[in-house]
Design a binder for this molecule. Sequence first.
Ligand code: GLN
Length: 512
Amino acid sequence: MSELNDLCCTDLVQRVTDGQLAVKDVVAAAFKRADSVVAGHEGLNIILHSDRKESRKAAEETLSSIASAEPPGLLAGVPVVLKDNIATLGLPTTCGSRILDGYVSPYEATAVTRMRAQGAIVIAKTNMDEFAMGSSTENSAYGPARNPHDPSRVPGGSSGGSAACVAAGIAPVGFGSETGGSVRQPAAFCGVVGVKPTYGRVSRFGLVAFASSLDQIGVFGRTVNDAARGLEAIAGFDPYDSTTSDEPVPEYSLAATHLHERPRADKKRRKNPDTKELSPKDPSDLKGVVFGWPREYFPENLDPGIRALCERARDRLSSLGATFREVSLPHTSLAIPVYYIVAPAEASSNLARFDGVRYGPRVKSEFGLKGMYEDTRSEGFGPEVTRRILLGTYVLSAGYYDAYYRKAQMVRTLIAQDFREVFNSGVHLLLTPTTPTTAFEIGAIKDPYEMYLSDIFTATANLAGVPAMSLPIGRTNGLPVGGQIIAPHFGEEEMFRAAFALEQALGKEAHS
Ligand code: GLN
């Protein structure tokens, strides 16, 4: 790996601002890596759109803004990749769907505006399951993406392209979206860090809606600190999204930094204007932190390799002073059935806007306007999206609304209550596996229901709105395994502190 692709954000920002490193060289290294990844694996198919000339121009502009304006941004000169459902000016936003082929948004997502203001350089839009529906990135209309650790396997999904780009060293930070695990699951499969913030922590303005009560933009990083920096750059209240919170944003990246290194990391730092003071606790000391070990996440038939790595992570956290308590979240097994009613219901309504009139290509029909709608939607949407729209329409229809949609909403409340009760009982964080398996072979899972089960450990946090993250905790059979830390609403600071502590304690073990 060339040195430039290896740098973490803290070092990258430091060297760019000290003038030791030209931003254009950082961007050139990113594209060089993208080329070698493509050449090396006959195409991982992880990038959908990029514009090298524009990226170089952005690099030059960033350089001059660094020279003229201090303090430099949190992501000054950092190349980033974005899932293709996050609206950008200048690059298409297709959501991995034919129905948005070639579509370029006339406005940009708030998260993108915020990361650019912090000096990030958007270098590519990444492959994804169509409209973020899937767990493998095989549902993309532009062909399946592959896992850089083993190209015969999936990178996970639906934000598989972003996870794979970060794992392959193309960019240190990537952005994806979560509705039911789509950042944490691919992070686990690709051996990187993936964070889903509290619902309302990050603006959804410009994130193409899938299921609005669940959707949230999330972040990938090679390290906990890089992911924390990415989230810190984009979090905060947005007048364009009434579901965002005005809760101040802690300096997450400092929570994931040792106390004695904080002044250096903080040097000449441009803050996210919404940030608040941070607790002065050092991450290497977890005394007083109580972890819950939820028994429903460790079923008897759990893959023994994954269980053993979770136990090792638990031992490392314990040796830093944390204590563990077995807890129960009794409605966990209902998360998948609930999710697959609520999410398709909302999707069926959100996706009604794609009708060949306002966005993307239009299929002409001899049967008038209605025929045009039907043909455009039939040709534009792939099989999984079609299945979800049908499912969603069904569970919302007059005769079935009470039996399915209403009941699912009631059970969703019980799932949220499970978390509330555990966190009210003196437990600060939860440790669980992120996924029940490691990355599977492309084409191995044909039954949609079996694919849905990939999310059994992740969909719960989306339904409850609580923050959660996955970080690498080792390998089994040569493939990366993710450990999940779940926190109470707006508990990201404590979550990052513990994740950083675990990452440091595991060291090389996290990837072996
Ligand atoms: N895999 C889940 C689904 O297919 C979650 C997707 C997501 O989080 N966007 O809906």
